[in-house]
Design a binder for this molecule. Structure first.
Ligand code: 5RP
Length: 231
């Protein structure tokens, strides 16, 4: 079993939660990409759903798969969002944004009655923080925002450096919303809620990748099978 085949298994299990007529949030990343492809197969076989994508990349995948798309303006209330994650803890708090789509992912998840996270078992952690926490910031005032973000992390009990995310070519990575991302290397986040509150209070921070109280169900695929965890 490769990590990719585990991701596909988790994505396939998530299809069991999809009902005809649902308004679906479509996540971003390699695991969510499997879900979109598998959902497309069902749609082409006659399933009637409508999707709202969390990134331009997912919009392109969903269109190619034949999934009818809407926007949050036309469809502001969704039934279910299915998305990947970078880390998931036993209370189903999660870190997202490794693919840079955290802002739209959080808006779409918050507009959904329910959120399912799909992942291979490498994403399951006892405590969040091994994966650097993405923080989306406006380009204006990047230097003071970075200092304030690092201070917020230290005050929340998890000091660590905030690195500007760059492309392979060395340019600043720009999100679909035109923002930058600071990746906060914290190692361990002892109090995610405290950190979330402190980061949200920093001027210049648009959103952070801590998803707390949003995930209803996690589908985790491992070598020994699939696990479905509920909050
Ligand atoms: O948050 C995300 C994108 O912003 C992704 O869901 C997360 O990075 C997991 O990606 P993958 O499924 O490729 O491991």
């Amino acid at each position: 079993m490769t990590p990719d085949s585990l991701k596909r298994e988790a994505a396939a299990r998530a299809l069991d939660f999809v009902r005809p007529g649902m308004r679906l949030g479509l996540g971003t990343g390699s695991t969510a990409k499997h879900f979109v492809a598998l959902l497309g197969e069902r749609v082409r076989a006659g399933l009637d759903v409508i999707g709202v994508s969390t990134s331009e990349a997912t919009r392109a995948d969903a269109e190619a798969a034949g999934i009818r798309l809407s926007t949050l303006e036309e469809t502001p209330v969704l039934d279910l969002t299915v998305d990947g994650a970078d880390e998931i803890a036993p209370d189903l708090s999660a870190i997202k944004g490794g693919g840079g789509a955290l802002l739209r992912e959080k808006i779409v998840a918050s507009a959904s009655a329910s959120m399912i996270v799909i992942a291979d078992e490498s994403k399951w952690v006892e405590t969040l923080g091994r994966f650097p926490l993405p923080v989306e910031v406006v380009p204006f005032g990047l230097a003071p925002t970075r200092i304030a973000v690092e201070a917020a992390a230290a005050a929340a009990g998890c000091p660590g450096p905030a690195e500007l995310r760059r492309t392979r070519e060395g340019h600043a990575f720009v999100t679909d919303g035109g923002h930058f991302i600071l990746d906060l290397a914290l190692g361990r986040i002892p109090q995610p809620r405290v950190l979330a509150e402190r980061l949200a209070a920093v001027p210049g921070v648009v959103e952070h990748g801590l998803f707390i109280g949003l995930v209803r169900t996690a589908i985790i695929a491992g070598a020994s099978g699939l696990r479905v965890e509920n909050a």
